[in-house]
Write a protein that binds this ligand. Structure first.
Ligand code: TYD
Length: 143
């Protein structure tokens, strides 16, 4: 089923912010603005200049990716089309649906990549080899 999700199923959402003189707050509530319950939160930080992360797809995991600080690029690939999102505001999130290959790159110094995930960590949910990924997606097109 999730093999049939494509880049256009991934999308940017505006999380909004509550602003006052003492600063901003952005709230993310599972099942409200985002289409899943949050089971896990993790964040990437101290990413060295020039480093790339990701380089995998998930079979069932939904994620919301936010540049909580700084900026970076999220490159999505569904086996047919590719699209790069530059995330650079803490109130903007990118929903990444299952079945999409993703790479994260061009992290600015001090950036923080916040990820909210629909499932607990499970290595069996990962596809880490790109050719394996293409075969996985191609099964979609032959069904
Ligand atoms: P990985 O997802 O491969 O990182 P990235 O895609 O950002 O390059 O995870 C890196 C390591 O951390 C890998 O050994 C698995 C481990 N890990 C966990 O144990 N739990 C988690 O929730 C995550 C995201 C990673």
């Amino acid at each position: 089923m999730n093999r049939k999700l494509f880049i256009n199923d991934s999308h940017i959402i505006n999380l909004g912010k509550i602003h006052n003189r003492a600063g901003n707050i952005t709230i993310i509530e599972g099942d409200q603005l985002i289409p899943f319950s949050v089971k896990r939160v993790y964040f990437l930080y101290d990413v060295p200049g020039g480093a790339e992360r990701g380089g995998h797809a998930h079979r069932n995991l939904f994620q919301l990716i936010v540049a909580a600080s700084g900026s970076f690029d999220v490159k999505l690939d569904d086996g047919k089309a590719r699209k790069t999102f530059n995330l650079n505001h803490p109130y903007i999130g990118l929903i990444v649906v299952p079945g999409i290959w993703r790479e994260l790159a061009n992290f600015s110094s001090g950036s923080i990549c916040l990820v909210l995930a629909s499932e607990l960590y499970d290595e069996r949910d990962y596809i880490r080899d790109y050719n394996h990924y293409l075969n996985y997606k191609n099964d979609t097109f032959t069904i």
